[in-house]
Ligand binder design. Structure first.
Ligand code: GRF
Length: 199
């Protein structure tokens, strides 16, 4: 499986995916890591690992379309089977998504459809849910809304705040992302409406 990673920040999910590949738990090759933020720790990490790393600063472009065209040009060259968003803080246009239907995946730190958007962990604390977690899903044109591949639940404790909950969810994110990619790499699944069915 040829895998492209798009990130904007810390890159711990990217590191977890890379670690799984190195351990032999995931049969994949990271063909490129792209960041819209040149100073993202994740892109620096990709460079130290010797992976093809591209900083495509969105602020250097006049429009979303122009920035996306630059990202798409890299992807067209590297021909990934899947594009994993790993803390990529840019909304993708419908045209971008249409270029890779059911091949762009994202991780979100809640049990979707609860708490889409920013600060999902803080939203969970404020709402008072007793369970939250993370969701790996295909990306469609709606925010945090595409068909669900893997979910993992995390208990919300009485003394949690957004940051302690986020830290425990993040551990599950790392495992869930690898689990989802292993399943996708098997190729043994179909997408039936909203349902991703693994055989
Ligand atoms: C994660 O919480 C992920 O769910 C969200 O952004 C965060 C990225 O963290 N989409 P990292 O950069 O992978 O450490």
């Amino acid at each position: 499986m040829r895998l492209a990673i798009l990130l904007s920040g810390r890159g711990s999910n990217f590191a977890a995916i890379h670690g799984a590949i190195v351990r032999g738990d995931l049969d994949a090759e990271i063909v490129c890591v792209i960041s819209n933020r040149p100073d993202a720790p994740g892109i620096a990490h990709a460079r130290t690992l010797g992976l093809p790393a591209h900083a495509v600063d969105h602020r250097a472009f006049d429009s979303r379309a122009a920035h996306e065209a630059a990202v798409l040009a890299i992807l067209e060259k590297e021909k990934p089977d899947f594009i994993a968003l790993a803390g990529y803080m840019r909304l993708l246009s419908p045209a971008f998504i249409a270029a890779y239907p059911m091949r762009i995946i994202n991780i979100h730190p809640s049990l979707l459809p609860a708490f889409p958007g920013v600060d999902a962990q803080g939203q969970a604390i404020v709402y008072g849910v007793k369970l939250s977690g993370c969701t790996v899903h295909f990306v469609d044109e709606n925010l945090d809304a595409g068909p669900i591949i893997v979910q993992r639940a995390v208990e919300v404790r009485a003394d949690d705040d957004a940051s302690t909950l986020a830290a425990r969810i993040l551990e599950e994110e790392h495992a869930a992302y690898v689990e989802a990619l292993v399943k996708l790499a098997s190729g043994d699944y179909c997408v039936d409406g909203r349902r991703v069915v693994f055989n």
